[in-house]
Design a protein around this ligand. Structure first.
Ligand code: HOZ
Length: 429
């Protein structure tokens, strides 16, 4: 595979950006490679500057659920662009997108649009603290809720990928208010809430974890969290940045019949443009300024271009699309399991709908500790062989791969065929 141009650009990028990138996991460091520079993308494919084509399972880290360069999204964004790209004033598309959100997730009675998932989770934590008058929060080891200070404690995603336990620069006084427990251990949460509930503002959780690779909640775990929170007046924040509008129209909350206090969104809600949102109970949301005293603001919040992309995306996601994603996911999972077994590779293939991770481990993976047992050297070898065979996976053992409705049965077949070779080579690593 020719990568001369990517490598040349990366050398230049190293002089301009820390590590040559604008977000850490893109750097390919944990797989011992340097990143490819992407020239364009269409449907399920991305094309790098050297002219290599790949079946894409990164999907912009989640937003590209329809596939890249979707015609309807382009049309809506183009139409809006001609009428102005940012007003710093209310505009009708904010209402249209909010109504689409509330139709799909009626428990989001009120919401606020922001520009990223990080902004959404950071604001939701501030709101929970302002609403309850409490300072402590609880998160789970390996869950990643963006790069805001209070949540960069035992975080997954790039933090885990780079092996940085906690980030310097987060004041100890901030971090001490963030308690952590293992994911999927309900009795531990019940015990902590019984002891420290009166000081806990919120529990925040990825309902299906994507940022440690895919981890699946045990039956009853999420409802158990909500019940335990309710007993103490602690708010439950379901972080649907990855799962929202991806696993079902109403996200993981719909799948699990959950009615949490607050939900955070990002990725799919912006259809590839920068949008995040947080919302939920109106009595809680009405504590946000100017209705209430908890401050939150943003120049590009509710940006009309981004709203247009979100509207065009949500409108195209109906039952047929979710059924298709499930069918593709199930086919891919079965193919990967079969390919690994034929190659003698010991793996766990965790999947919910269109989110999937192959863990190089012989034991079930259900929390951060079991995910960390995965063999990252074998993963790196697998990743490289897949890339050389035209398959672009997330360059980390601790990230989810995403399918889109543009992926074809043939894409899945090609991926499984490449996996046969890649698993065989990984087994030797
Ligand atoms: N936080 C994203 C995945 N968990 C990665 C963002 C990016 O590198 O673009």
């Amino acid at each position: 595979m020719k990568t001369d141009l990517s490598q040349k650009l990366f050398q230049k990028a190293l002089t301009l950006f820390p590590g040559g990138v604008n977000s850490p996991v893109r750097a390919f460091r944990s797989v011992g490679m340097t990143p490819l520079f992407i020239a364009r993308a269409k449907g399920s494919k991305i094309f790098d500057v050297d002219g290599n084509a790949f079946v894409d399972y990164v999907g912009s880290w989640g937003p590209a659920i329809l596939g890249h360069a979707n015609v309807e999204v382009i049309r809506e964004v183009d139409e809006q662009l001609k009428n102005g790209s940012s007003f710093g004033a209310p505009s009708p598309k904010e209402i249209q997108l909010a109504e689409l959100v509330r139709e799909r997730a009626p428990w989001i009675e009120k919401m606020r649009f922001v520009s990223s998932g990080t902004e959404a989770t950071t604001a939701a934590i501030r709101l929970a603290r302002g609403f309850t008058g409490r300072d402590d929060i609880l998160k789970f080891d390996g869950c990643y809720h963006g790069a805001g200070d209070p949540l960069l404690v035992k975080a997954g995603s790039g933090v885990e990928t780079l092996g940085l336990p906690d980030s310097p620069g987060v004041p100890a006084d901030v971090a001490r208010h963030t308690l952590t427990l293992p994911y999927n251990d309900l009795p531990a949460v019940q015990k902590l809430l019984a002891e420290r509930g009166p000081s806990l503002a919120a529990v925040i959780v990825e309902p299906v974890v994507g940022n440690m690779g895919v981890l699946i909640p045990r039956p009853g775990y999420l409802q158990g969290l909500l019940d335990a929170c309710r007993q103490q007046g602690t708010l439950l924040i379901i972080d649907e940045v990855m799962t929202g509008f991806r696993l079902a129209p109403g996200g993981a909350c719909e799948l699990h019949g959950l009615r949490p206090d607050l939900v955070t969104f990002g990725k799919v809600i912006g259809g590839g443009l920068p949008v995040g949102a947080f919302g939920g109970r109106p009595d809680v949301m009405d504590r946000i300024a100017p209705a209430g005293p908890v401050y939150q603001a943003g120049t590009l919040s509710g940006n009309p271009l981004a709203m247009a992309a979100g509207i065009a995306t949500l409108r195209q996601l109906g039952k047929a699309q979710y059924d298709r994603l499930e069918a593709l996911g199930s086919r891919l999972q079965a193919g990967l399991v079969e390919a690994a077994s034929a190659a003698g590779a010991k793996v766990q293939v965790n999947r919910v709908g269109s989110m999937i991770t192959v863990f190089f481990s012989s034991e079930p993976v259900f929390d951060a500790a079991s995910a960390r047992k995965a063999d990252t050297k074998k993963f790196a070898r697998y990743f490289k062989v897949m890339l050389e065979n035209g398959i672009y996976l997330p360059p980390s053992q601790f990230e989810a791969a995403f399918l889109s409705v543009s992926h074809t049965d043939e894409d899945v077949e090609v991926t499984v065929a490449a996996s046969r070779k890649a698993f065989a080579e990984a087994a030797l690593a």
